[in-house]
Design a protein around this ligand. Structure first.
Ligand SMILES: [Fe+2]
Length: 298
């Protein structure tokens, strides 16, 4: 949906008719049903890699995050909150440089109009110091919050450099889920895929199957993640997993080429493959509507 379509969608919703996408884009027509009062939108950005340098991949590496911030600020309807699903900064061996990048990232996103921002780390932020620097700036790497009846759960599968969730967090997740009704809507935010998308490229979580097993008894679960720098949709059983685009450089489709090398910048199509998404969440219908946007202003 482009912005014009989106406005039409909202107008339609406001008039009491709703057209929405369910699951992987099957058009479901529900004209005549009223939009629930507690519907809301949030925005997902991912893999901003602040501090990355490499003109072949992104000659505007020092300006793309700011453009993404401006693009989100330009949305006609502002989201309830914004999530960043990891790799906020690009990796560095230097702990002081890591902190500098985290500080600069924090400064840049402070320009977002929406101040309710939820963050999780990626392996670039956290795997070299088990999340120590990240925590100094942004606090816990796994937590829950509730928004208008929807349970959000963030899962850290990056602070362990092996790409595991780990036993302690699995226990925490199990305890957290015990308190949630099986019919409730749950949104999981994480960095790596929780399923084996392409382990040869490190596109997996070692014990992700244990997370999915814990989530399976819940009827309405949706997972949003990053890490693979492209849109990707996959089901494990009834649970959809949606990967988001990056705002620094795109990566090739899983296993489509011999090496996991980033896709070079195309001067004839700058910022191609970069973007963010809006997620319209409808608690009464237990579904999400995804809208993809470019990182440049819409
Ligand atoms: Fe990344």
């Amino acid at each position: 949906m482009n912005e014009m379509d989106r406005r039409d969608f909202l107008k339609l919703a406001g008039m009491g008719g709703v057209v929405f996408f369910s699951g992987l884009g099957t058009l479901v027509d529900a004209i005549g049903k009223s939009a629930a009062a507690d519907d809301f939108f949030f925005v997902q950005l991912s893999d901003t890699h602040w501090g990355f340098e490499g003109a072949q991949l992104n000659p505007d590496a020092k300006g793309t995050l700011q453009k993404a911030v401006a693009a989100v600020n330009s949305l006609t309807n502002q989201p309830d909150f914004i999530v960043f699903t990891g790799d906020l900064t690009h990796t560095t061996d230097d702990p002081q440089e890591r902190r500098k990048r985290l500080r600069e990232f924090k400064d840049i996103i402070s320009q977002l109009k929406v101040k309710n921002i939820r963050l999780i780390p990626g392996e670039h932020d956290a795997s070299l110091d088990n999340g120590a620097a990240y925590k100094e700036f942004f606090g816990e790497t796994h937590y829950t919050f509730n928004h208008k009846g929807v349970h959000f759960i963030t899962i850290d599968n990056v602070s362990d450099p092996r790409g595991s969730v780990g036993e302690a967090q699995l226990v925490w997740l199990g305890d957290t889920l015990k308190k949630i009704d099986k019919n409730a809507q749950i949104v999981v935010l994480t960095h790596r895929p929780l399923f084996d998308l392409y382990p040869q490229w490190d596109w997996a979580t070692r014990d992700g199957d244990k997370v999915v097993t814990l989530l399976m008894p819940f009827k309405h679960v949706t997972v949003f993640y990053g890490h693979i720098h492209q849109e990707h949709n996959h089901f494990t059983g009834h649970i959809p997993h949606h990967a988001a685009k990056s705002s620094i450089y795109p990566l090739p489709a899983p296993g489509s080429v011999a090496k996991r090398a980033p896709i070079p910048w195309d001067p004839t199509a700058p910022y191609k493959g970069l973007g963010f998404r809006e997620i319209d969440t409808r608690p009464k219908q237990n579904d999400c509507v995804l809208t993809e946007y470019p990182v440049t202003k819409v």
